[in-house]
Design a protein around this ligand. Structure first.
Ligand SMILES: [Zn+2]
Length: 430
């Protein structure tokens, strides 16, 4: 009897395993979609296919062309009079910042509250067409960004693919420290503090342990514009920066810097950082090294324009506008010098989901639309460590695809009006 029962059990067990296996096979067969649109932009060549189609299998692109195979089990999606292109990349965001609360956020807002706001920011950025981003510092929320990355990657919340830095790293009394408050209140810095090469390495190891993808350092600051002259005191020496780049290599990560001007920009270029962000002032020697080592500048015009337009007083407005004008003049020299660029908006202090305006500004101040799109997508993918996975519509790449009205090569502002968003084969906006 017992023996019979055990046999019956075994048979049932075997059948149930077989059923589960078969069901799993059915459940796991990837969804197939064919996207069709009036146009498709090949970012690498600048060629516009008319019409354009993408065959998506599961989370990846299987084929791209004017016409692709239409498998019988595929869902056919006709998007009409739009241009298909790769999902946008923002190489400089702050999911943990929002308008009006930057400097005293660590005092006024708890990290759990800021994490909830960051989740909402991630959703807003994705809906605006950003399918990948590099977060350049939580500004006082430590490694809470790793929770956002995990929630996005596990499908719990919608958001871009993220590279997270945790807190940025800064010197005592530096750009992001809580300076000039009542010392007795011990207001916390918005960054992790490191004053020497050994302290820098210790902080990088701590952040790595907590799950950061790269290290963000403040190399200049506090930055200011006084009577038309840009003042950007450096924070770390070349030797100190070299120590961080060496440690980053050991950890298989990279170092990115906030560096507004000389000599910090030169020190960063010499040390071989991954990108120089803000990059308002670059000497000829700095630009020569950036070209030689292929270090992109990330101009972040959008934040400068926003601060100039939302200044608290006429005096501040005049100063912010002077800084923007100076930056525009320097940017024209940088374009002429042929340095590489990536696109980062510094969104956070201005509303999430509006940052495609950065590309509009880069065109307005001198770059061709295709050059800006290549900087955003090809250089951006490389900078985020996802070259050969995102930034282009190619077979084998992630199906991170957006659609914009019109043709972005004729009018870059169409990127501010994204109509369709797919990330990893999943449609988030249609
Ligand atoms: Zn920033």
């Amino acid at each position: 009897m017992n023996h019979q029962l055990s046999c019956t059990c075994k048979i049932f067990f075997f059948i149930s395993i077989l059923t589960t296996f078969t069901l799993n096979l059915c459940a796991q067969s990837p969804e197939i979609k064919v996207l069709h649109a009036a146009r498709l932009l090949d970012i690498e060549t600048g060629k516009v296919l008319q019409p354009g189609e993408v065959l998506v299998e599961g989370e990846r692109i299987k084929a791209v062309g004017e016409k692709v195979e239409h498998p019988t089990d595929a869902q056919f999606i006709d998007l009409g009079d739009v241009t298909l292109m790769p999902g946008l990349i923002d190489a400089h965001v702050h999911l943990f910042l929002h308008p009006g609360a930057e400097d005293l956020q660590t005092v006024e807002e708890s990290t759990p509250w800021r994490t909830l706001l960051a989740a909402d920011a991630a959703r807003a950025d994705l809906m605006a067409g950003y399918t990948a981003e590099r977060d350049m510092g939580t500004e006082g929320a430590g490694s809470a960004d790793t929770a956002i990355r995990r929630a996005i990657d596990s499908g719990l919340i919608p958001g871009p693919r993220m590279r997270m830095s945790g807190n940025a790293i800064d010197i005592l009394g530096g750009h992001e420290d809580a300076n000039k408050y009542n010392p007795e209140q011990h207001v916390l810095s918005n960054a992790d503090r490191a004053n020497t090469a050994s302290e820098l390495i210790a902080v990088m190891r701590e952040q790595h342990k907590q799950g950061s993808d790269f290290a963000k350092l403040y190399e200049t600051g506090p930055d200011s514009m006084v009577n038309g002259v840009l003042r950007t005191p450096y924070q770390y020496t070349v030797e100190e920066l070299e120590a961080t780049v060496a440690e980053a290599k050991r950890l298989n990560i990279v170092v990115a810097v906030h560096a507004m001007g000389e000599p910090g920009t030169l020190y960063a270029a010499k040390a071989g950082v991954a990108s120089i962000d803000h990059a308002t002032q670059l000497s000829d020697e700095t630009m020569r090294i950036m070209k030689e080592k292929h270090i992109p500048a990330v101009p972040t015009f959008a934040i400068f324009e926003y601060f100039a337009e939302h200044a608290e007083s006429p005096t501040v407005k005049a100063r912010e506008e002077a800084q923007l004008q100076y930056k525009i003049a320097e940017f024209k020299k940088q374009i002429a010098a042929g340095i590489p660029f990536a696109v980062g908006s510094d969104v956070g202090p201005f509303p999430h989901g509006t940052q495609a305006h950065e590309m509009t500004l880069m065109v307005k101040y001198g770059m061709k639309p295709l050059a800006v799109l290549q900087a955003d997508l090809i250089e951006g993918a490389r900078l985020l460590g996802w070259a050969d996975s995102i930034g282009e519509l190619k077979s084998g790449y992630f199906a991170d695809i957006i659609a914009v009205p019109g043709n972005p090569l004729d009018d870059i502002t169409v990127c501010e009006h994204v109509k369709f968003v797919m990330k990893g084969g999943v449609i988030y906006k249609q």
